[in-house]
Design a protein around this ligand. Structure first.
Ligand SMILES: Nc1ncnc2c1ncn2[C@@H]1O[C@H](COP(=O)(O)OP(=O)(O)O)[C@@H](O)[C@H]1O
Ligand SMILES: [Mg+2]
Length: 302
């Protein structure tokens, strides 16, 4: 495990002043044009005297918020993931989306998830997308939307967060069981906290068949009303609420559109995981074809 991951994001955030954020913002702006942003450009964007910028940069470097490189004799800087995290947090706090960030509650293939508090003491999750970070576990499935190698981690993670937020918004609007989306900034998505247990832990469900069909309802709404397919559906991306045993489908950034060429394949694979899991662990016996018919709505049209 990489050390940086164990750093308390909230503790670092608290050490930063508005001057520090000015410099972080300036580097971010420069990164639209440069991988490493020359010091001179940082000074220009930050509108701060050189001595101040240099002092701030050494603090940011010490906190591991920036990486340094000398390119053709020019001192240059770029944000690290942690640096980008700080900018996203600042934006969410300034917009009054977040009041506090707490402990890390999950770490997935391409994200870290923290618990947070929204105004009114509302518990939320703060999901930091970490696409293309080599220290992370290999992705199980290929992301068709992120195939372009020119996109670096920074852009990919921002695209992923925007995708996830927008998918959640569409799904939530039409009544699918997904965490309510709250906001996103850069590579970070804030959503409703579900007080639940991951399905892979095989919780004792009072009515497994009901949970099974409820999952298919969400898959069906996604497919028919929103026109998307999850693409990574499995017992790992389903949270069952321990208050009412409702299953929430999470983790949407890799979704596919219904009208893509491979969509039948993705839909079948998603549904097959669920059918198999419920068959094996809960003795729910529904055939894949019946489940697919239900999702596609062919039971009604026939
Ligand atoms: N809305 C949520 N409420 C509570 N816990 C969540 C929520 N979203 C994610 N988690 C926790 O974080 C873990 C990883 O989240 P997920 O969105 O699947 O990211 P990844 O892409 O990293 O797999 C989940 O297995 C779950 O434990
Ligand atoms: Mg997941």
């Amino acid at each position: 495990m990489v050390k940086e991951l164990l750093v308390k994001i909230g503790l670092i955030y608290k050490q930063l002043t508005s001057r520090d954020f000015k410099v972080l913002n300036a580097i971010e702006k420069g990164m639209r044009r440069y991988e490493y942003v020359p010091l001179e450009l940082i000074e220009k964007y930050a509108k701060m005297p050189e001595e101040h910028v240099v002092l701030v940069l050494s603090k940011l470097h010490r906190l591991k918020l920036v990486k340094r490189k000398t390119i053709a004799g020019y001192k240059s800087y770029r944000l690290t993931y942690l640096g980008l995290d700080m900018l996203a947090l600042k934006n969410l706090v300034d917009r009054n989306v977040l009041v506090a960030i707490g402990d890390r509650i999950g770490i997935g293939k391409e994200s870290e998830i923290f618990k947070g508090i929204a105004p009114g003491d509302k518990p939320v999750i703060v999901k930091f997308l970490r696409i293309g970070r080599t220290s992370f576990r290999q992705t199980r499935r290929v992301r068709s939307w992120a195939d372009k190698p020119i996109l670096d981690w920074y852009k990919q993670s921002k695209i992923a967060a925007e995708r996830e937020y927008k998918a959640l918004r569409e799904l939530y609007r039409v009544g699918a069981l997904v965490p309510a989306p709250i906001a996103y900034s850069r590579h970070v998505v804030v959503a409703e906290y579900i007080n639940g247990v991951e399905l892979y832990r095989k919780p004792q469900l009072p009515d497994p068949e009901k949970v099974f069909w409820s999952i298919l309802d969400t898959v069906r709404i996604a497919y028919r009303d929103v026109g998307i397919i999850h693409g990574d559906l499995s017992e790992y991306n389903i949270l069952v609420s321990i208050d009412d045993w409702k299953p929430y489908i999470i983790d949407w950034p890799q979704y596919h559109y219904r009208d893509e060429p491979m969509s039948d394949y993705y839909l079948r694979r998603d549904v097959e995981y669920i059918v198999r899991f419920f068959h094996k662990n809960y003795r729910v016996r529904v055939s894949l074809e019946d489940a697919l018919d239900y999702v596609r709505g062919e039971d009604e049209e026939g």
